[in-house]
Design a protein around this ligand. Structure first.
Ligand code: ZN
Length: 451
């Protein structure tokens, strides 16, 4: 049993002073008590439940910022994807581990306590499991929680079109995919900070028969993630194929429930907004990447009004920041409606607080981690904001999260605990120098591939 005392902590009942936590060997909060002070154990600051990063393609960290030049008048998601394919083809398991380790270090320092890795970079020359091990090792080396989501990728377009040459590395048939999950499950289950779920790349990459077979045979108890309705082209192609929009098709053909996380879901009509909200599924929003790729704006106001669940992810990693994701999410809506404080509710009038609490709740559900609240029985996944940061100076506690989200660009995440272990202490990770050193070496080597 471990004991930590926070000078201030956000409990379900609100902010409290001198909150003592007892944390068991599995990283679960066993006891919460107030005013039980031991000066030596106090962590000074504002303790909040840490955020789950709900969507990541780790290898893309290495190409972040390198697709920001015009290749044609019609530059789009699809031209970006060609650059991504060229790079993906060259990455070895060793490269992936180094890139993911640096990325996960950056996530922890930004206040993310876990990452849902939507992993489609399979088939290393040494075997298929190597690429998953690279991801699992990177999580272990940094101490971040991992929801590992090996991706099923089976076709190049709606209606089961065969994979293109450049997509072959991502591909599995149903047997190969279920075997991969079967192989990974016993390994991952040994680690309290890791879990395994299923990911379906998209409706264009998984034909109906393969989708249904894999859902029937799914050996994992974890979440089920899918990219959906990210681009208008995808919506048009889905209508041409089936007569239905992607979300509409999914709900008409599959029993979508709380296990599901719909990534992006950018283009929704009113009926689809209600369908998702009613099903209890989570929408995984990646506002920085969605802006970067020119995807469009998610109908946040309507979705929250219908009681929809949301989470956030850093996806292509052009930004690794809870602050930027939530800020952009709100600002997109403000620009659209020409109003302020859009993502509020009757219960929570502070937009920063409301966004953060919503993303915590949806993020816990869609990552398979029982966290997101500081209370008995939950994982001790906690971040601490620095009371000495000029960013937070003179802040009444009810404004703390708003100030964290909507004020400046200085990182205020001072300490990070994952399953009760302090992995970032006073802004530093214990292995930071070595991890970043290896990353810089690998990036120098990959420079030729990226040019
Ligand atoms: Zn994605």
């Amino acid at each position: 049993m471990k004991r930590i005392i926070f000078s201030n902590a956000l409990l379900p009942s609100g902010w409290a002073h001198n909150v003592a936590l007892e944390i068991d060997d599995q990283g679960i909060i066993a006891k919460v008590s107030l005013d039980d002070i031991d000066e030596n154990l106090i962590v000074d600051g504002y303790a909040l439940p840490g955020m789950n990063n709900i969507h990541s393609h780790a290898f893309q960290r290495a190409m972040a910022g390198l697709a920001e030049y015009a290749t044609s008048e019609q530059d789009s998601f699809w031209t970006w994807r060609d650059i991504m394919y060229r790079f993906a083809d060259k990455i070895t398991a060793a490269d992936l581990e180094v890139i993911a380790t640096q990325l996960y270090l950056e996530m922890l320092k930004a206040g993310f306590v876990s990452v849902a890795e939507f992993h489609y970079l399979h088939h290393n020359e040494d075997g298929n499991l190597d690429m998953s091990h690279a991801i699992m090792n990177a999580a272990l080396e940094t101490g971040i929680g991992l929801c590992h989501l090996p991706v099923l990728y089976n076709s190049s377009g709606f209606g089961g079109l065969p994979l293109e040459e450049k997509q072959k590395r991502f591909g599995h048939d149903a047997d190969g995919y279920i075997n991969l999950l079967d192989d990974l499950l016993p390994i991952i289950q040994k680690n309290k900070d890791q879990n395994l779920g299923m990911a379906l790349h998209s409706l264009r990459a998984v034909p109906e028969n393969v989708l249904k077979e894999c859902l029937d045979r799914n050996p994992t108890p974890g979440p089920i993630h899918i990219h959906i309705s990210e681009q208008m082209q995808e919506v048009k192609d889905c209508i041409a194929w089936s007569g239905k929009r992607p979300v509409e098709w999914l709900y008409d053909n599959i029993d979508v429930d709380k296990r599901w996380c719909l990534i992006h879901a950018t283009h929704l009509n009113d009926k689809e907004v209600k369908m998702i909200a009613r099903s209890g599924a989570v929408v995984g929003l990646c506002p920085a990447t969605e802006a970067n790729l020119g995807d469009g704006l998610f109908p946040l106001r309507a979705y929250l009004d219908n009681g929809g669940q949301m989470a956030i992810g850093s996806d292509s990693h052009i930004s690794i920041s809870i602050v930027e994701e939530l800020r952009l999410l709100e600002y997109g809506q403000r620009l659209k409606y020409q109003k302020r404080n859009i993502a509020t509710s009757k219960q929570e009038m502070h937009s920063g607080t409301n966004l953060y609490l919503n993303a915590l709740k949806g993020g816990a559900q869609a990552s398979g981690f029982d966290n997101g609240v500081i209370e008995v029985g939950k994982r001790a996944d906690i971040i601490v904001l620095d009371p000495a940061s000029p960013l937070l100076a003179g802040t009444p506690v009810r404004h703390i999260i708003d100030r964290f989200i909507f004020n400046g660009n200085v990182n205020a995440v001072k300490n990070v605990f994952v399953g009760g272990s302090e992995v970032v202490s006073d802004y530093k990770h214990a292995r930071e120098k070595q991890i970043t050193g290896e990353f810089i070496e690998t990036m120098e080597r990959l420079k030729k591939v990226l040019d």
